[in-house]
Design a protein around this ligand. Structure first.
Ligand code: ADP
Length: 722
């Protein structure tokens, strides 16, 4: 921009132009001369003018027309126009002023007057232009400063988030991530940063705290229990955990103390921090809010700015992902550790009974074994096998129960009957350890809606545990008490008790207070898991209590009391078998030769005519000539599985009266269904107890008496087909 301003002089007469120029030269500005309205318009389009002197009387386009066109153009609409006219009447016509003329001068001009008037407009123009220039410069300056500040802020922000990613992603250890996160807050976002981690039960949540001691002071961090939080703040935290939304908190007149007067958390040497303005941000990942990030200023009256809140929210989002990853990793590690512990214990528990069995067999084989020793050895084998079967049954049971794969057969029963059968089953355990057993019942009958087998299993488990975890000659009590619409069943012992910190875990799968105790009666740490699940399935709850080590334990079941149901129709009493069971032709098919042959021997002992086969095709060949009454088929056979073998047998005309019995290692409902479709009438789960098998055959005989001819043909021996 030059220092001189432009002044436009428009007149069709050159001599008048010259005289005007001479008058105005003194102003020392840049004079532009135009000889017509058209020429004037051209100049106006090219540059800015401080003022235009316009002759009214011009040929062609006169002064008024020229002024009208100047006003129409945006670029020139604001330029002051001074008309020069010989007649003041011209200007008095409204037209001159309506065209925005700012003044007029009568011709011939008085040089002083003209210079003064034009000089005023020149000054105005200069002032305005300078002001504009200054304003523009100021805006430019401000813009540059703002850009620099914004750029600095963006750099600080990205550096902060990069640091945050490094801290949060650098570890899979929850505590170090939580401490790191609280430290990240100070000092960029606030003077106090805290993470309230409520992954477990909220009342056990932990605070990870970081704060700055005075302006520019050192940053400290401490973990502290949440119980220490100040009332209102604790409420806001609970709300954030619940609704997963961030919220600001403002200071009360005196600020918000982090914890109540004199209630500084135990073991936390942090001073009482008084918070000014601050905000809480949820730490949410995969739809769950596991904690809250607190950002606060100590004693400050200004709330967090929007960009600070955005940054804190961004930090909270990144932290939540890192924390969730660490949590998943820890859970996997914990599950893996528990699984390894369990497998080691399972191997140990399964191996335990094998050593005495092996010793007993050795003893039985010895030619000098006395009958008393033999009988002792048989009892031992029987006991140990029962123990093994119980372990395996429990294992299969817990898997099915916890996956909800069993269905309860609910009946309305007198609780006393269920208790009686449970006590019966536990009696050997109670007696073996010479415990005193006390049963206290309610005077009147209490009806409950339960599955009789499963509920007895619950009580047996509790009684057996009481017997197991109480030293010899202890006292075990089962008490029933009716409370309103519920019945409480307490199983109490005066044994080794359960430490307080373990009480809440005893129902966890594979949990055992001690693995080092004498575990000759040991289980797999799944009994109480089954108890818990089964009681839940019955609409009740079970809880464990203990005063501590060696002060005994108590397990209390709460169950709703049932209303009496209509009396069931009397069940017909089964007719007693009229004669001794007849001999029956039984085929046993199993690729485990020991299993097949030992079962055949058991059957032969009571004079059933028995054949054995070890695979499907040879079983079919035996069948053709033997035509069994009962065929007991293992399902997992080589060459042809048990289902296929059953289908083949079913096709034979002679097999119309043959009963097929499936034997499998799995007791799933789906297996039973499959067996039924293949033509099996019964389904037994391995290992089949001899008594169960013999009873099944006896029942079949009762339903379909074996005819005299088959009895005559029966040889009463066992033949093994290869
Ligand atoms: P286990 O097969 O080990 O007995 P449970 O699931 O039945 O498994 O019980 C889990 C753990 O709870 C036991 O290992 C034992 O430490 C503890 N426990 C259960 N019942 C009692 C009791 N009556 N007294 C003391 N401890 C008990």
């Amino acid at each position: 921009m030059t220092d001189r301003v432009n002044i436009l002089i428009v007149d069709d007469l050159p001599e008048k132009l010259l005289s005007l120029q001479a008058v105005l030269d003194e102003l020392g500005q840049n004079l532009v001369l135009a000889h017509s309205g058209r020429e004037a318009l051209r100049y106006v389009m090219e540059r800015d003018f401080a003022v235009i002197l316009l002759d009214v009387n011009m040929p062609g386009m006169d002064g008024f027309e020229t002024a009208a066109l100047i006003r129409q153009r945006k670029r020139s609409a604001h330029i002051p126009i001074i008309f020069i006219t010989a007649f003041s009447d011209d200007m008095h016509t409204a037209r001159g002023y309506s065209l925005g003329a700012v003044d007029y001068i009568l011709s011939p001009v008085v040089p002083e007057v003209l210079r003064t008037k034009v000089g005023v407009f020149v000054d105005l123009y200069v002032i305005r232009a300078t002001a504009e220039r200054l304003a523009e410069e100021r805006i430019e300056l401000a813009r540059a400063q703002a850009d620099r500040a914004a750029a600095e802020k963006a750099t600080r922000r990205s550096q902060f988030l990069a640091e945050a990613s490094r801290v949060l992603g650098g570890s899979l250890n929850l505590s170090s991530i939580l401490t790191g996160l609280s430290r990240l807050v100070v000092p960029l976002l606030g003077d106090v940063g805290a993470v309230l981690w409520a992954d477990e039960a909220p009342e056990q949540a932990q605070i990870f705290l970081a704060w700055r001691q005075g302006d520019g002071g050192e940053i400290h961090d401490r973990p502290a229990p949440r119980a220490a939080l100040h009332g209102e703040l604790a409420d806001a935290v609970a709300l954030t955990l619940r609704d997963s939304r961030s919220r600001a908190f403002g200071p009360e007149p005196a600020g918000v103390p982090l914890w109540a007067e004199g209630a500084a958390p135990e073991g936390c040497s942090a001073p009482q921090l008084v918070l000014g303005h601050g905000a809480l941000f949820p730490l949410s990942a995969r739809g769950r809010t596991l904690g809250v990030l607190l950002v606060a200023r100590e004693n400050s009256a200004t709330p967090l700015a929007e960009n600070e809140r955005d940054l804190a929210q961004d930090l909270a989002n990144r932290a939540a992902v890192a924390l969730d990853n660490a949590r998943l990793y820890n859970n996997i590690q914990e599950a893996d550790r528990r699984k390894n512990d369990f497998l080691a214990m399972l191997a140990h528990e399964l191996r335990n009974p094998l050593a005495p069995i092996r010793n007993a067999i050795h003893l039985l084989r010895h030619p000098s074994a006395q009958p008393a020793q033999q009988s002792w050895a048989y009892d031992l084998i029987d006991r140990q096998v029962q123990h093994l079967v119980r372990l395996v049954d429990d294992l299969l049971d817990v898997a099915r129960i916890t996956r909800g794969k069993i269905q309860l057969q609910l009946e309305t029963l007198d609780l006393a009957h269920v208790i009686a059968s449970a006590v019966e089953a536990s009696r050997p355990f109670l007696e073996a350890r010479q415990h005193q057993f006390v049963l206290s019942k309610t005077p009147e009958a209490v009806l409950v809606r339960v599955d009789r087998t499963r509920f007895a299993q619950v009580l047996t488990n509790l009684l057996n545990n009481a017997a197991k975890y109480t030293p010899k000659e202890g006292r075990i009590e089962l008490a029933v008490e009716r409370v309103g619409a519920e019945v409480l069943i307490r199983v109490r012992d005066n044994g080794m008790g359960i430490p307080a910190e373990m009480l809440e875990h005893v129902f966890d799968m594979f949990f055992q207070v001690s693995r080092s105790l004498d575990r000759s009666e040991g289980g797999l740490g799944i009994g109480l898991t089954m108890v818990h699940r089964l009681v839940q399935m019955h609409g009740g709850e079970v809880r464990a209590f203990s005063e501590g080590a060696n002060l005994g334990s108590e397990f209390v079941i709460r169950l709703p009391v049932a209303k009496p149901s209509p009396a069931p129709a009397p069940t017909p009493i089964a007719a007693e078998p009229s004669a001794a069971a007849a001999t029956c032709r039984v085929l046993v098919v199993d690729d485990n030769r020991d299993a097949a042959q030992s079962m055949a021997l058991v059957l032969t002992q009571i004079e059933h005519d028995t054949r054995v086969a070890f695979d499907g095709p040879s079983a079919l060949a035996v069948c053709e000539v033997f035509q069994p009454h009962v065929a007991i088929l293992d399902i997992g056979l080589p060459l042809m599985d048990g289902y296929e073998l059953a289908r083949q047998i079913r096709k034979k005309t002679w097999a119309a009266g043959t009963t097929l019995v499936a034997v499998t290692g799995y007791g799933q409902e789906s297996d039973k269904l499959r067996a039924e479709t293949a033509g099996f009438a019964h389904h037994l789960v391995k290992p089949v107890a001899p008594a169960v098998l013999l009873k099944l055959i006896a029942d079949l005989q009762r339903q379909q008496p074996v005819n005299a001819e088959s009895k005559k043909n029966a040889s009463g021996g066992a033949v093994f087909a290869e």
